[in-house]
Design a protein around this ligand. Structure first.
Ligand code: SAM
Length: 368
């Protein structure tokens, strides 16, 4: 069976998610704002969940229709073939959001969608009461400018939850954003790689996973593994991903001034299975040693909003900028929301790219 699929992502990452899906051989890849649509079968659902680095989840698009009123939302939802997706005992909670639409009360829309699905299933299963004791099939709706799109979530806990980071430092970067920064740096395991403000180690770990071509979802489970999809697709997708791994020696440095962060980062890397690929060190970024090396530096120093005061952050940028002033053989990708970053670092970035770290609007300052 061919499905219409969709991967929501952080704003600014649509192009990277599209590239990943195309490389996986998915069909009809089409980027929109904050999401990428594509086509695929059940095996592709398993592959996308296990292998995607920069997408947030994998949704099946069950249907799309205009919905300016509750009646339209109800009729449109009942018209969808829910019996093809939901077994009789399925648990099917509903959540969603609405933007710029006449239907704006989320609790009311949730009730209508739930009622409509029940109405449809009643006919198929000849019952008026559903116990919902079986596998969870999360339904989500998005109403954008009076058009409703109804999805089933195959992922469960978001894809950024790789399973290696139960503990994080004070201001951890989302794993999907760290993976995106590594992708933008084009690091593939050849030159040296460094994150001198590593915190919980997310960027260095994502760099090691990328260098090894290790699928980020190999060590976790997904909601749709409990569904009645064709037998063996998950094992097959895991085996295929594992067979594509590289082995090699990588030079990845992760430093932080805080010894506790380095402990946490090392534990996270151990859980991700890449501890031996990363050299951890308690060190001040202002002393970062780059001589006799050529490499890629991807980092997320303190901004001032969350970890330190802005002035202190500027002092850190100043000292780090001084240290890196002559590092011509290093490409640098520095994520900061600080508007004065370039002044303090004392160098204008060759390129900048807007990225969102949660709700914080940041720039990725690129020195190429
Ligand atoms: C925004 S956090 C990095 C978060 C990290 N990307 C993660 O995913 O956990 C910034 C880190 O810089 C560290 N730091 C602050 N000043 C530093 C300095 N002078 N040298 C090295 N690390 C420093 C802090 O201890 C903190 O862990």
């Amino acid at each position: 069976m061919e499905y219409k699929l969709c991967t929501p992502c952080l704003f600014g990452l649509e192009g990277l998610v599209s590239d990943e899906l195309k490389r996986m051989g998915m069909s009809q890849v089409a980027a929109e704002n904050g999401r990428v649509g594509f086509g695929g079968n059940a095996e592709d659902i398993a592959r996308a969940n296990i292998c995607l680095r920069t997408g947030e989840r994998v949704l099946i698009q069950v249907g799309q229709f205009p919905a300016e009123s509750f009646d339209e939302l109800f009729e449109g939802t009942t018209a969808l073939e829910w019996e093809n997706f939901l077994p009789k005992d399925a648990a099917f909670p509903v959540k969603g959001h609405s933007i710029g639409s006449a239907l704006h009360s989320i609790p009311d829309c949730q009730k209508i969608v739930k009622k409509a699905v029940v109405e449809r299933l009643k006919k198929t299963y000849r019952t008026s009461w559903f116990e919902e004791t079986g596998a969870k099939h999360q339904i989500s709706f998005s109403i954008m400018k009076d058009v409703a799109t109804i999805y089933l979530d195959t992922t469960g806990e978001g894809l950024h939850k790789r399973g290696y980071r139960p503990q994080a430092g004070a201001a951890p970067l989302r794993e999907t954003l760290a993976a995106a920064m590594v992708k933008l740096s084009r690091y593939k395991g050849r030159d040296s790689f460094a994150d001198p403000f590593c915190g919980s180690g997310t960027i260095a770990i994502e760099a090691a996973l990328a260098a090894r071509n290790r699928a980020p979802g190999l060590n976790r489970n997904f909601e749709a593994e409990n569904w009645a999809l064709p037998h063996g697709i998950w094992d097959k997708a895991r085996e295929r991903a594992a067979a594509n791994e590289f082995s090699g020696d990588y030079e990845i440095f992760a430093g932080d001034i805080d010894p506790e962060c380095i402990d946490i980062a090392r534990q996270n890397a151990r859980r991700a299975g890449v501890e031996n690929d990363i050299q951890f060190q308690v060190s001040d970024a202002a002393d970062f040693i780059w001589e006799n090396k050529k490499g890629v530096l991807v980092t997320n120093p303190p901004y001032g909003e969350r970890v330190l005061e802005r002035r202190q952050a500027e002092d850190i940028y100043r000292a780090f900028g001084k240290r890196m002033a002559d590092a011509k053989d290093w490409k640098m990708y520095i994520l900061s929301s600080h508007t004065e970053f370039e002044q303090a670092f004392d160098k204008a970035a060759g390129k900048k790219r807007k990225l969102y770290n949660g709700m914080i609007k940041c720039d990725l300052f690129m020195y190429l």
